[in-house]
Design a binder for this molecule. Sequence first.
Ligand code: KG4
Ligand code: ZN
Length: 339
Amino acid sequence: MSITILGIESSCDDTSAAIIQDGFLLSNVIANQDVHKKFGGVVPELASRAHQQNIIPVVDLAIKQAGVKKSDINAVAFTRGPGLLGSLLVGTSFSKSFALALNIPLVEVNHLQAHMLVHFIKEKNKENQIPEFPFLCLLVSGGHTQLVKINNYLDMEIVGQTIDDAAGEAFDKCAKVIGLPYPGGPVIDKNAQLGNINAFTFSKPRIKEYDYSFSGLKTSFLYFIRDRIKENSGFVKQNMNDLCASIQHTVVEILMDKLIAVSKKTGIKTIAIAGGVSANSGLRNAILESAKKYQWETFIPDFKYTTDNAAMIAITGYYKYLNKDFANQDIAPLARFKY
Ligand code: KG4
Ligand code: ZN
């Protein structure tokens, strides 16, 4: 008999629902929230209101697109955290009611674990290669930056992590300094492709062992731009692509240095990336270059699995379902949630 999981994601500003059957993706519907664009960042109160409006149509569409019936669904997996509490509450409350109404189990999912398990989502009519355990995953998103040793589907050890800003946050904050819209990461990436990575140099932080830090880089970028503008008010406009290429190159080098060091220390050569920033072309190229240099086997997610989506929640829910790891109806979301 097939196992069909409905996944629900609502941790930040994307409302998403997906159906996974026996590890194969049948549908993955995402409603983005444009309402935050004019504020230059996610406004929590507006995000939870938009989730409330979106959740029913998004789930309805995911079930229809998957071609399954509600009665085929074996469990509902939802993001318990980390994320914005108001946003998480919408997905959690919806999932609890749905599970109660259909009398099926509820499965809580950690959003960060889910980002890393995208490498196990299978698709029909596609070659599905999956990483062998243990492997290393560089998880880089708007809220988190972690280097993780993945021993098994749900057994993950954090080897290093940021002590301040996340990599995505560094991209977004630097983008804001040079007047780019939110989220700045994809815009920096696009401009960087036309720029010179060596046009400007920014110093890299010295942080112990395998931890990261990005707040110093953001501040030095801010001061650098401020000083140059004093000399030439058109500096940013005239050097936009080079600025984007140089800052992206620095962020990618910071990320890669520690990843390479952990791979050397542990001897693990199966390397994956995940999270919003794993869409970055500079990071993807750097991973492929290192793969050649160090004989790594690499796993780079499809673009559709890099940013927040419910397919990753459903696949994590699938493995938890197999372990009969179910949640109770009195479960509450957690803004901070360690795995
Ligand atoms: O994983 P995600 O969708 O949400 C969180 O859980 O945080 O990641 C969003 C982050 C944002 O900071 C965004 O700027 C960044 O991912 N991002 C990128 C790119 N695409 C998205 N950063 C650099 N280059 C990209 N191509
Ligand atoms: Zn995320």
